[in-house]
Ligand binder design. Structure first.
Ligand code: SF4
Length: 265
C-alpha cells in the first residue's frame, strides 16, 4: 500500500506527506518491516525521509551522538525507499538529506534541520551486502534444529550452541543472549570477549591461548606486528614484575595485571 501511495503522490506532482508509511527492507534474505515517522513527496517527484525525535535542538544544534543515531536510522529508511523507487519507471530520486524534527530550545515548538546521510547510506549498504543470508546459516544447522521456546531447556540450549556466536562486551547492552554468549566465549577463550577493538588489533590471534603463546615466544610469526607488540609487552611486564619482586617491592602486580589465561575483566 505504501508503494501505491508513493506512486500516486509522485504522479500527482504536488506536495504530499505520508504519515508513518510501512516499508520493507530485505535483510539477509528476510523482510524487515520499517516505519519512518513520515515521508515527504516533493512536486518534482523526489522523496525525503522525516524523522521526529524528542531530544532538543538548542540554538540550531543538537547532541551529536543522538543526531548520528537518528541519521543511521533514517539512512535505513532511505535505503528501503530506494528499493521501492527502483521498482518504478522512471525511478523517483530519494533525497540523501533527511529532515530531522526536534523540540526547539526545550519548548513545545518544533524545529527542523536537514541532515546529510550519504555516509550512513553507504555504510548500511556495505553492511547489508556482507550479511550472511539466513538460508545459508540455516543450511549449516543440524537437521531438525528449532529455536521454539516451548522446547525443553536442554534442547533449546543445544540448538543455540549449534550456531557460532562472536560475543563482544558491546552485546551486553543490546542482546538478551549476552550472558550465555559471554560464558561460551570465556569457556572457549575467545579474544572477542575482550572487545572488538582488541580483537581487531590482535589480527590472526583469535584465542587467548594463541595470544599467550605468542607473547611467550612459543608461537606466532615474529614479523607479525601484533606478535612483536605482544612480545615487547610481555618483556616489559617481566621487567616490571622483577622490579616489584625486588626488596622493598610488593608481589601483587601479577594479581592486578592478569591471571594466567584469564582476561583482567
Ligand atoms: S550476545 Fe547476541 S549479538 Fe552477541 S554474539 Fe551472542 S547472539 Fe550474537
Amino acid at each position: 500500500r505504501t508503494a501505491l501511495a508513493l506512486r500516486e503522490a509522485t504522479a500527482a506532482g504536488g506536495w504530499t506527506l505520508l504519515d508513518h508509511p510501512m516499508l520493507v527492507l530485505d535483510v539477509a534474505g528476510t523482510p524487515a518491516f520499517l516505519e519512518p515517522d513520515a515521508v515527504v513527496v516533493h512536486p518534482d517527484g523526489g522523496w525525503t525521509v522525516v524523522e521526529i525525535k524528542s531530544f532538543p535542538m538548542i540554538d540550531g544544534s543538537a547532541d551529536a551522538a543522538k543526531v548520528g543515531g537518528a541519521a543511521r536510522q533514517s539512512a535505513v529508511y532511505a535505503l528501503a525507499l530506494e528499493r521501492v523507487a527502483a521498482r518504478m519507471d522512471p525511478a523517483p530520486p530519494v533525497r540523501h538529506h533527511v529532515l530531522l524534527v526536534c523540540p526547539k530550545d526545550f519548548s513545545n515548538l518544533p524545529t527542523a534541520s536537514a541532515v546529510d546521510v550519504r555516509k550512513q547510506l553507504s555504510v548500511t549498504r556495505r553492511q547489508l551486502a556482507r550479511l550472511t543470508r539466513v538460508e545459508d546459516i540455516a543450511a549449516e544447522l543440524p537437521e531438525g534444529t528449532t529455536f521454539d521456546v516451548r522446547r525443553p531447556a536442554a534442547e533449546l540450549t543445544a540448538a543455540v550452541e549449534s550456531v557460532p556466536a562472536t560475543y563482544a562486551p558491546e552485546c551486553l547492552a543490546a542482546c538478551e543472549l549476552a550472558f550465555h554468549c559471554r560464558a561460551r566465549a570465556r569457556q572457549a577463550g575467545e579474544v572477542t570477549s575482550l572487545g572488538r577493538a582488541i580483537r581487531g588489533e590482535l589480527g590472526g590471534l583469535t584465542s587467548i591461548g594463541d595470544v599467550l603463546a605468542a607473547a611467550r615466544g612459543e608461537a606466532g610469526d615474529p614479523d607479525d606486528p601484533a606478535v612483536a607488540t605482544l612480545r615487547r609487552a610481555a618483556g616489559l611486564r617481566r621487567e616490571a614484575l622483577a622490579g616489584v619482586g625486588s626488596p622493598g617491592g610488593g608481589a601483587t602486580l601479577q594479581d592486578v595485571l592478569t591471571e594466567e589465561g584469564q582476561p583482567c575483566r
